[in-house]
Design a binder for this molecule. Structure first.
Ligand SMILES: NC(=O)C1=CN([C@@H]2O[C@H](COP(=O)(O)OP(=O)(O)OC[C@H]3O[C@@H](n4cnc5c(N)ncnc54)[C@H](OP(=O)(O)O)[C@@H]3O)[C@@H](O)[C@H]2O)C=CC1
Ligand SMILES: O=C1O[C@H](COP(=O)(O)O)[C@@H](O)[C@H](O)[C@H]1O
Length: 485
């Protein structure tokens, strides 16, 4: 891997401490960082290098899942971290930053390979990329890359504006849009599951699949993010990005080659074929919900409107369920049901493929229907793949029962999403980053939903904290003769 400089905007912030430093540290322990590796941390705080390095060390003590290395090894890691105070609006400051980076590049005798990581609030994305361009920071003799956090825009138009601005400073293949769900090992495994198993590949279409269900339920509420979440809602916070990416990864077809370009092309085809809604369709195809008081793990919790920082009049969505259709030859007539929400019964992200069941009445004479075969891919918190089949139980008078074949490996020790994604960005592999086409097409599907919510033409269904969402979500599937698994 090429030697390089990792320029981190937001180096004093929460994401850097909780995710980025532990990820870099684990890569270091696994010898996956380049030999000459330099981190320039940026923030407004007037920190020295020593303060910065202690803060990185503290974050490892708090958040690394690996034991800390001996002091010599740790010291070598921390020596790579240098701090520079910079207000992102200070145009002159970027010129000084360029000098700092050039000086480090000269000291370490490394090429001008620069990775800019924007771990700051989204309102700064534009100004930082413009200043990188204007100051000459981006005119390197090596490569340059930009890692950008979510949210990518607030709606279709703002996403397009942001992209146009970023494109002035960076080419599309230099932009790495993080969607941490794409870094989850089980989401990455979807590619291998479908492609490396001829059995599954043969069944991966509308001849055999009755419906696909993608769920991301959370037990947490709005937490301390009222200001952000009340503007975003479940639709922007989870649906437009993470849920849509899981849809693409599940529905894409086998490319001729496994490369970033080919996989992203296949994902784009899914999005091109996704049936768009009108605002009126949203009334029948989308369920909007907001949690009220209830119990999570036998503890009472307040409703959304009573959360600190939330107005009693808020109509924000904390739950969304939707029925989507992909109008191509593979998925025609197969509904994709997607739901996500806060303060639900359990923390669980999973993808369930329900197979058609033409034999369901075969055992009718025994007064029994066979259950459908299900392929369940558990993404979070467990990493597991299982297949539900029907089988006679000799210990129970040969009665037909469902059995589950669990063919997952123990994935407890697998790297975290940020580790995998940062490693990919360092070596220039964009496979598991969101391409602009995917982001734009996803906003296109979401846009009429945002408008229907804003105009309040869709009911806002209350649901008790600790439940699996409003009754209307169950009814959405019942209309088609299905149920959530
Ligand atoms: N935290 C998380 O778990 C997640 C965060 N994200 C995204 O990551 C990004 C960062 O989030 P998070 O770390 O939580 O935010 P924080 O508020 O914790 O940190 C913000 C960072 O931005 C810096 N900053 C703020 N204003 C300026 C300025 N004018 N000039 C220079 N630096 C500035 C702060 O440094 P200083 O105060 O020293 O100026 C700080 O380092 C956001 O886009 C967020 O949406 C995405 C997923 C999860
Ligand atoms: O991006 C986000 O994701 C988390 C859920 O992530 P997970 O890895 O714990 O499943 C969500 O809580 C948060 O609101 C959202 O911004």
């Amino acid at each position: 891997m090429n030697s390089m400089t990792f320029v981190l905007f937001g180096a004093t912030g929460d994401l850097a401490k909780r995710k980025i430093y532990p990820a870099l540290y684990n890569l270091y322990l696994d010898d996956k960082l380049p030999d000459s590796f330099s981190v320039i941390g940026l923030g407004r705080r007037e920190w020295t290098n020593d303060i910065f390095q202690s803060s990185v060390e503290q974050s490892l003590e708090s958040f690394s899942r690996r034991p800390l290395a001996d002091s010599a090894k740790m010291e070598k890691f921390l020596r790579a971290f240098h701090y520079h105070a910079l207000d992102v609006g200070d145009t002159e400051g970027y010129k000084q930053l360029l000098e700092v980076i050039q000086q480090r590049e000269a000291e370490l005798n490394i090429p001008e390979n620069r990775l800019f990581y924007l771990s700051v609030a989204p309102e700064f994305f534009d100004i930082i990329s413009s200043n990188i361009y204007a100051s000459g920071l981006g005119s390197t003799k090596g490569w340059k890359r930009l890692i950008i956090e979510k949210p990518f825009g607030h709606d279709l138009q703002t996403a397009r504006e942001l992209n146009a601005n970023l494109s002035r400073a960076f080419e599309e293949d230099e932009i790495y849009r993080i969607d941490h769900y794409l870094g989850k090992p089980m989401v990455q495994n979807l590619e291998a599951l479908g492609f490396a198993n001829p059995i599954l590949q043969a069944l991966w279409n509308n001849e055999y699949i009755a419906n696909v269900q993608i769920t991301a339920s959370e037990t947490v509420g709005v937490e301390t993010r009222a200001g952000y979440y009340d503007q975003a809602g479940a639709i922007r916070d989870m649906f437009q990005n993470h849920m849509m990416q899981m849809l693409m990864m599940t529905a894409m077809q086998l490319p001729k080659r496994i490369s970033a370009t080919d996989i992203r092309n296949e994902k784009r085809k899914v999005m091109d074929a996704l049936r768009l809604l009108t605002k009126e369709d949203v009334i029948t195809e989308v369920v909007r919900g907001q949690y009220t008081f209830g119990e999570i793990g036998a503890k009472p919790v307040v409703g959304y409107k009573d959360e600190p920082g939330i107005e009693a009049s808020s109509t924000n969505d904390t739950f969304i369920a939707a029925r989507l259709w992909i109008d191509d030859e593979f998925w025609k007539d197969v509904p994709f049901y997607i739901r996500t929400g806060k303060r639900m019964h359990e923390k669980s992200t999973k993808i369930v493929i329900e197979f058609k069941n033409p034999l369901k009445d075969l055992y009718a004479h025994e007064d029994k229907e066979t259950a459908p075969n299900l392929l369940v891919i558990e993404v979070n918190p467990d990493s597991r793949v299982s297949l539900q089949l029907n089988s006679k139980n000799p210990l129970n008078d040969g009665k037909l029962e469902t059995i589950t074949i669990d063919f997952s490996a123990n994935l407890d020790e697998v790297p975290e999403a940020y580790e995998l994604l940062i490693f990919d960005a360092l070596r220039g592999d964009a496979t598991f980053f969101a391409h602009w086409h995917e982001v734009e097409l996803s906003w296109k599907w979401v846009q009429p939903v945002l408008e229907a919510f804003a105009e309040n033409i869709v009911p806002l269904h209350p649901y008790n904290a600790g439940s699996m969402g409003p009754e209307a979500s169950r009814e959405l599937l019942e209309q088609d003769g299905f149920k959530w698994w």
